[in-house]
Design a protein around this ligand. Structure first.
Ligand SMILES: NC(=O)c1ccc[n+]([C@@H]2O[C@H](COP(=O)([O-])OP(=O)(O)OC[C@H]3O[C@@H](n4cnc5c(N)ncnc54)[C@H](OP(=O)(O)O)[C@@H]3O)[C@@H](O)[C@H]2O)c1
Length: 361
């Protein structure tokens, strides 16, 4: 009986991704052999996110098990990389009622192992998304877009005309936050790292809806506070979103108003978050963390609610296509070595060239 030639990127031990990831080839049953509630999936697109890298390094608290049962035919215990992505249904078992071939879906749970060409899942583990939305939006909506949406709505009641500030303004989360805020009429100040083509980046983020884009140096300058006050007309900045840490985060915290909330959701600089003592005492600063994995694990309905809200934004044309590089893989035309090489190259490029998304043809 015909089978599907599938491949996945796996790691048998924690370490630097380019040193430990491997390709694993395995067979899956053809659509006509599926049983019960099984859904056979072909991966369409999967991003290479910072948290995927941290998982492989073994430093991310939520990790898939390194197990011989992760995939058929494994010769050593391994985990499958990747947390989000979008799949096309190739076939369904006899008791599947809500999905049919050609539909798109995303995993309901984290640690799914999305860096693979194909998968088989119970229908209950999958959430259907319209197959008419842009592929890159579908592949990234569960983590980054949903995080931006949640952080702008969960901590502070931000209304039309209010202000928030964020660092990592050109990260994928940052770009989503800019656009979601714009849709809600919320003003944003986005901090980015300086670069030779800064104007290009500022123009790009402004065209997405950023109210103001500043550099780390601007944010750290003692005199720049006056400019910020002029921009806001003295209106309070109620929320700060931090994915960088270090001096960048300390400088950003000083822009917050009394009773402002400082949310840390990432640590791209690998430096600790140090916040001025005076802000806690005299401004009653509230510093909290955000982790979408835990929040949506505690409240699975919230995950589906946020995804439906994000879908409305995508379908309404309020979120521009994801700023990324697409790396195409034709699974049945490459060797295991070429398959893993394309992921390694994507990982290297993600350090210098922004978001990388692997796309399967
Ligand atoms: N807690 C959660 O639930 C959650 C959910 C989603 C994402 N995240 C986190 O959010 C962060 C952003 O994720 P993403 O996928 O949106 O990232 P991304 O698109 O890959 O962008 C990475 C961003 O980090 C910046 N950056 C990297 N190193 C830096 C440094 N040393 N100093 C200052 N900025 C630096 C980059 O700026 P340049 O362009 O200047 O390099 C870029 O803006 C990550 O830390 C990720 O783990 C957390």
């Amino acid at each position: 009986m015909a089978t599907i030639n599938a491949r996945a990127i796996v790691y048998p031990q924690y370490g630097e991704p380019i040193n430990v990831i491997k390709a694993h080839s395995y067979q899956l049953p053809a659509p006509e052999s599926l049983k019960d509630d099984q859904v056979l999936l072909q991966t369409l697109a999967t991003p290479l996110n910072p948290s995927d890298i941290n998982q492989i390094q073994g430093v991310y608290p939520s990790r898939p098990p390194i197990s011989i049962d992760s995939l058929p035919g494994l010769k050593e215990p391994s985990a499958v990389c990747g947390n989000e992505g979008v799949f096309k249904v190739l076939g369904t078992g006899p008791s599947v009622s809500g999905l049919k071939p050609g539909d798109w879906c995303i995993p309901k749970k984290v640690n799914y192992g999305t860096w693979r060409s194909h998968a088989i899942s119970p229908e209950a583990d999958l959430l259907q998304v319209p197959n008419t939305i842009p592929l890159t939006q579908a592949a990234t909506m569960a983590v980054n877009t949903s995080s931006a949406y949640l952080m702008l709505s969960h901590f502070v009641d931000l209304n039309k005309g209010d202000w928030f500030i964020q660092n990592g303004g050109n990260s994928q989360v940052g770009r989503c936050a800019i656009q979601i805020a714009k849709k809600k009429g919320i003003n944003s100040i986005s901090i980015v790292r300086d670069r030779p083509n800064l104007k290009e980046l500022v123009d790009e983020l402004t065209s997405l809806g950023a109210t103001h884009v500043i550099t780390e140096d601007d944010s750290g300058s003692k005199t720049f506070g006056k400019t910020v006050k002029q921009w806001t007309g003295g209106e309070p900045i109620k929320l700060a979103l931090n994915c960088v840490g270090g001096k960048n985060a300390s400088d950003m915290s000083r822009k917050l108003t009394k009773n402002g909330v400082f949310v840390t959701y990432g640590g791209m600089s690998m430096k600790p978050v140090i916040l001025p003592t005076s802000l806690f005492i005299f401004k009653n600063l509230k510093a909290v963390g955000f982790w979408i994995t835990e929040m949506t694990k505690q409240d699975p309905e919230l995950r589906e609610h946020v995804i439906s809200e994000v879908l409305k934004l995508i379908q309404g044309g309020d979120l521009a296509n994801i700023h990324c590089t697409l790396n195409k893989i034709v699974n049945d035309q490459v060797t295991d070595e070429q398959f893993v090489e394309s992921f390694k190259q994507g990982l290297l490029d993600s350090k210098k060239k922004g978001k990388q998304i692997m796309v399967f043809d």
